[in-house]
Design a protein around this ligand. Structure first.
Ligand code: CMC
Length: 400
């Protein structure tokens, strides 16, 4: 006789009253202990390895932050020099990778192209068979150094231009902008890019970090784990939101139209503000505050009317979000709200914003992989089954 499973057949998913106990979206589920990152979502605080994001944003660099995240301490001057040199030495791609980059259809989104190119670079690693956690740091240095080269080459080829080869006399951020634009960036642009990489480097057990950890927990290889992270980051609810936020400001089009747009699209419940809301922050995202200052500076000093217009639209929309959604429901603007305006001011195409997020977040993905797999247990959650059991199987010819 067909039947439904009784609650005691899946008691791990059932509460004391026999009702399904489900954390949809794994909300507030703690999958491990960690020493990497702490988010105090009610007090707008974020720490990497105990250091506040404000201090890191002011004093650190991406290179130093990656070291901190992976090795658990701030490097000495010599340690940082050695680490930085390794990154510089690993920037170049094998020629075969440029060939693959040229073959990717031009209408492919850069995040999808990044997924493909990253996977291919993994295929070219002469030590790809070495899967153990002890090999992750050297592979991570190599791939972290190469991601900017891949992203810049993909962007240029998509634009009908030749890739620009990396230079080893520039910092991680400066070299990326150099490869993207084909000319050495100003100090101001380098600092803004570097700052954005620090802000995006890590954020606890978010969807892409979890994807990386899930793949890593099967003792699969480093590249597969990172490709998993890239795939998760691409979506508009996660990293893809930084592109969607700027598209939304462009769609609003003028300062005069913000209130009307907000009423028609957000108050009506038809759409979400892109770059607002967060599973963990129920107050202002501290990274958004830092990005906002930089967006303001660019709006005031870049002399580009389009940047000022986007900033003004974003500013007014944020006033509405903060006064209503944030105040009453904890839906406040997040990191992805302001970052795009900073990139826009640096003449970076909108579809490159999420790839830049990936260039930074590989630091966090790697840190979580190292930590989780060092005391590994395969990730294997359960689902509450609400279907039928013992249905009678009917041969295909006898089905109505
Ligand atoms: N605008 C308007 N309403 C919102 C928004 C928003 N941005 N975000 C959530 N809500 C509402 C949502 O409609 C729902 O309302 P109701 O209860 O009436 O159905 C309620 O808030 C709860 O939404 P949820 O989807 O259950 O919340 P969540 O914690 O699962 O989702 C989120 C978090 C970030 C996916 C969501 O806030 C969102 O879609 N935001 C827009 C996309 C975005 O900015 N993503 C970037 C996140 S931060 C950086 C990163 O991780 O990449």
């Amino acid at each position: 006789m067909p039947r439904k499973p009784t609650p005691d057949m899946q008691k791990w998913c059932v509460d004391e009253k026999g009702q399904p106990r489900i954390n949809k979206g794994a909300e507030n589920v703690c999958v491990d202990e960690s020493e990497i990152c702490f988010i105090d979502g009610f007090h707008s605080k974020l720490y990497y390895r105990g250091y506040s994001i404000e201090d890191l944003a002011q004093h650190s660099t991406f290179e130093e932050t990656a070291y901190l995240l992976w090795f658990g301490k701030l490097p000495t001057r010599n340690e940082l020099k050695e680490f930085d040199q390794k990154l510089r030495d690993n920037r170049e791609l094998p020629e075969a990778a440029y060939d693959v980059i040229r073959e990717i259809p031009k209408d492919t989104h850069p995040m999808e192209a990044l997924r493909t190119a990253t996977s291919f670079v993994g295929n070219l690693d002469p030590e790809k068979q070495k899967l153990g956690i002890e090999y992750v740091p050297s592979k991570a240095i190599s791939l972290t150094a190469k991601l900017p080269t891949i992203v810049a080459a993909l962007a240029r080829v998509k634009d009908g231009k030749e890739p620009v080869k990396p230079r080893s006399d520039l910092s991680h951020a400066s070299n990326f902008l150099y490869m993207l634009h084909g000319e050495e960036p100003s100090e101001e642009w380098t600092r803004s890019m570097d700052l954005s990489l620090v802000l995006y480097a890590e954020h606890e057990m978010n969807a892409s970090a979890f994807s990386t950890v899930v793949v890593g927990s099967t003792l699969s290889d480093y590249y597969s784990a990172i490709v998993g992270g890239i795939g998760a980051l691409r979506g508009p609810l996660h990293g893809g939101a930084n592109e969607e936020a700027v598209k939304q400001f462009n769609e609003i089009g003028s300062l005069d139209n913000v209130d009307k747009w907000y009423q028609e699209n957000i108050l009506s419940g038809k759409r979400r503000v892109m770059g607002a809301g967060h599973r963990v922050y129920k107050s202002y995202d501290p990274r958004a505050r830092i990005f906002r200052e930089h967006a303001k500076r660019f709006a005031e000093t870049s002399g580009i009317p389009e940047v000022k217009k986007l900033y003004d639209i974003a500013f007014r929309l944020e006033e509405l979000v903060m006064g209503q959604l944030c105040e009453t429901r904890g839906i406040c603007t997040n990191v992805d709200y302001w970052s795009g305006i900073v990139y826009y001011a640096m003449n970076i195409p909108i579809e490159q914003y999420t790839p830049i997020f990936a260039i930074a977040r590989i630091a966090g993905w790697t840190a979580h992989l190292l930590e989780y797999v060092s005391r590994n247990r395969i990730v294997r959650p359960r689902l509450y089954y609400k279907g039928m059991l013992d249905l009678e199987y009917t041969l295909v010819d006898k089905r109505g």
